[in-house]
Design a protein. Structure first.
Length: 213
């Protein structure tokens, strides 16, 4: 295992459904990664500018509107590469599936420039993000794991004492239970879980308290 870096992670709650956006950077470096910019990309961009940070990459955990709608505003001001799991590309490009049409009454879609795959390791801003495909909330949902730092960006796969809903397009209860039990709760107990909504938690707590464990 590589030496543990001092990774600084800032969270912002954005949009009408309280989506968590995370900004991660290594102490002493000016480049950063944003996970799920949600709404108001301009607001996220202003935070980066105020903190003297440049944007290396944007990581999307899945293709629902409340996690991606801030991407255009953010990248227009800051640049940066945008990634999503390859199996999620169809959903994020389809307003009828990504929730923007049915839940918000207006259809939006984006097409990230880069796709990643299960098991990939993305080297961005001095950090190594391991891609873990965690289907269930959506077909192509994934988590991003900073293994050396013991941090998992979990999107809407798992929350404190709960899991993501499976009644939206491409959702599947059997798959999300498998993702939670086999791919997330199998990680070291002290792994910090940063979910797409709600408070942070960790693997040990969820293994003991999550009713879906």
């Amino acid at each position: 295992m590589a030496d543990k870096k001092n990774v600084i992670i800032r969270s912002m709650m954005l949009g009408p459904v309280g989506t968590n956006c995370y900004i991660a950077h290594v102490e002493g470096r000016s480049d950063c990664v944003v996970v799920d910019p949600g709404y108001s990309g301009e607001r996220v961009a202003q935070v980066l500018t105020d903190d003297g940070l440049s944007l290396d990459g944007v990581l999307l955990t899945h293709g629902h509107f409340d996690h991606y709608e801030g991407v255009p505003g953010l990248t227009a001001k800051m640049g940066g590469k945008v990634y999503i799991l390859d199996e999620e590309m169809d959903l994020i490009k389809d307003p009828a599936k990504n929730g923007s049409l049915g839940l918000m009454g207006h259809g939006t879609a984006i097409e990230p420039e880069f796709t990643c795959h299960d098991g990939d390791v993305l080297e961005l801003a001095g950090m190594e993000f391991k891609v873990i495909h965690t289907p269930g909330h959506t077909k192509g949902g994934c988590c991003y794991y900073l293994e050396d730092e013991g941090v998992l960006f979990a999107g809407d796969t798992i929350f404190m004492e709960s899991i993501g809903r499976t009644d939206l397009p491409t959702g599947n209860m059997k798959e999300i239970l498998s993702s939670v039990r086999e791919k997330i709760l199998s990680l070291p107990g002290d792994t910090k879980i940063l979910p797409g909504h709600g408070p942070a938690t960790d693997v040990a707590y969820e293994a003991a308290n999550n009713p879906y464990a």
